[in-house]
Design a protein around this ligand. Structure first.
Ligand SMILES: Nc1ncnc2c1ncn2[C@@H]1O[C@H](COP(=O)(O)OP(=O)(O)OP(=O)(O)O)[C@@H](O)[C@H]1O
Length: 263
């Protein structure tokens, strides 16, 4: 599976209203971000002063060796974990000083999540799983947007199936649709294709990329897989808690070369 042989559509031009202030290019920003686990001699500095901007309307992949800090970075950016020092701004909001209550609200209303293990509710149908975040937040379902997400995810004929009646790839596409249906500022995807065969992985990645190109979504994903990362607009490389490089318009080949250089 590679993205090299599939044409990479360029994001559609979006006309800017005349007097509107341009949206800031970064949807999430970390400055001098430090995360230390434990204390004293056994302390681990998982993030050692990270400065990064995640570009709005792009799919960003985070790669690096095991233990380099990928999950920690994603969790700190998503308000799932608290930074030790430094700042994180997500969609204009400084989250490092937020209370637990504010963070929960931010995650529920402004962020979308896709996990390796799908995390669907087994007793609900596909469409009920997709609209669950809106139901919990007591928000109205925008039927037109729901229809466009369902069409993009290619599950129109599986909407009334329960997760046990769906393949892994189909379940993960339901999880992606669930993450997108509330139009979050940013979707965080943690190894979204880690449990999938290459064909299903390609379907999920194609959908995540299309959500950016066609729906204007911003997505960040942690992955170990160069083929998966080749679907991104930009790949960030971490090593020992530092941001050590990046690639724009990556291919599986250039990503492999960069990983080899990292050792
Ligand atoms: N809860 C924790 N308590 C103590 N140390 C932790 C904790 N979580 C992560 N670490 C340590 O922080 C460092 C970074 O871990 P992290 O999980 O962010 O790396 P990663 O790049 O996502 O790794 P992997 O690819 O194996 O998932 C590692 O040394 C890890 O052992």
């Amino acid at each position: 599976m590679t993205a090299d042989d599939s044409p990479m559509p360029t994001p559609p031009e979006r006309p800017m209203p005349r007097h509107a202030a341009p949206a800031p290019p970064a949807i999430a920003t970390a400055r001098t971000l430090v995360k230390t686990y434990g204390a004293g001699e056994t302390a681990v500095r998982a993030l050692d002063g990270i400065d990064v901007d995640l570009v709005r309307g792009e799919l960003t992949a985070i790669m690096g060796p095991s233990g380099s800090g990928k999950s920690t970075l994603m969790h700190c950016l998503a308000g799932l974990d608290r930074a030790t020092s430094g700042s994180v701004v997500v969609d204009g909001a400084e989250i490092t000083r937020m209370s637990e209550r504010q963070l929960t609200r931010l995650r529920r209303t402004r962020l979308g999540f896709v996990f390796q293990s799908y995390n669907l509710v087994p007793t609900l149908t596909a469409v009920e799983n997709i609209t669950l975040p809106l139901d919990i937040a007591r928000r109205r379902v925008d039927q037109a947007h729901l229809d466009s997400v369902i069409a993009a995810v290619g599950l129109a004929d599986r909407l009334h199936h329960r997760p046990s009646e769906l393949s892994g790839g189909q379940q993960q596409r339901v999880a992606c649709a669930r993450a997108l249906v509330s139009r979050p500022a940013i979707v965080f995807a943690d190894e979204p294709t880690g449990n999938l065969d290459s064909r299903s992985a390609r379907e999920v990645l194609t959908f995540l990329r299309a959500s950016v190109d066609d729906l204007g979504q911003s997505v960040v994903m942690v992955t170990h897989d160069p083929n998966a990362a080749s679907f991104a607009h930009r790949v960030l490389f971490l090593a020992d808690g530092h941001l050590v490089g990046e690639l724009t318009r990556p291919t599986a080949g250039t990503i492999l070369d960069a990983l080899r250089e990292l050792g």
